[in-house]
Design a protein around this ligand. Sequence first.
Ligand code: FPP
Length: 252
Amino acid sequence: MNRAEKTLAQAAEAGLEMTRLPAHIAIIMDGNGRWANAQGKNRLMGHYQGYQALKTTVYAADDMGVGFLTVYGFSSENWRRPEDEVDGLMRLMVEAMQAEIEELIQNRIRVKVIGRLHELPDDLRETFEDAMRRTDHFERLTFTLAINYGGRGEVRDAVRRIAEQVQRGTLSPDAIEESTISEALYAPATPDPDLLIRTAGELRLSNFLLWETAYSEIHVTPTCWPDFDGASLIAAIKEYQSRVRKFGGLGQ
Ligand code: FPP
């Protein structure tokens, strides 16, 4: 069996309904530091193992036919970490994207990066821009990395863009709808997440996709991110499929 067949067999064994998959899964990948600490390793080793878990998760999602996967790679608040950890994460992201890009292309995965990319080191920004350019035409999984991303900052940037249109006279304040705001966010073509997964047990959003997760189902697992794998993703989707989504109605 190849990798995709194995993932699909695992999903079938877990009883997943493949016609009711979440179209968009978002993940807060937490617990790299705790994982490293528990193993007596340094935090950067935790992030390196987090990269391996991310790779497994991207291909598991693609194998199952999930359309969109968005992961929180570096928040706009993560700059507050010690300089060596921030530098190590920036270097890891450059090296990981450069190491993975050919395989992502072979698998026809579309890479997107959202966040304030212009504030990133040049080599990282250029690596991401190159990955986006080379995969933009693919139509399988859209894999979005949120880097130097904050949910409030995203809404602020959207408000600025809308205010500019109002100032130019191309948009009337009365014509601003919720959809106007959604369309001014970083990834307007991406649907809102159906499922938000958070690893390592904390029960908070940490400024991730604040506008977009209004009606997302939330799955929190105690598993630290480096230990997350295809089976963990399947378990999260299984729980999602047991929920009744109501969107404020009665769910009928
Ligand atoms: C949270 O763990 C994780 C991060 C801040 C970074 C996420 C980064 C990766 C998964 C590395 C690979 C990323 C790419 C894009 C290749 P934490 O450090 O907050 O863990 P802790 O709460 O246990 O300290």
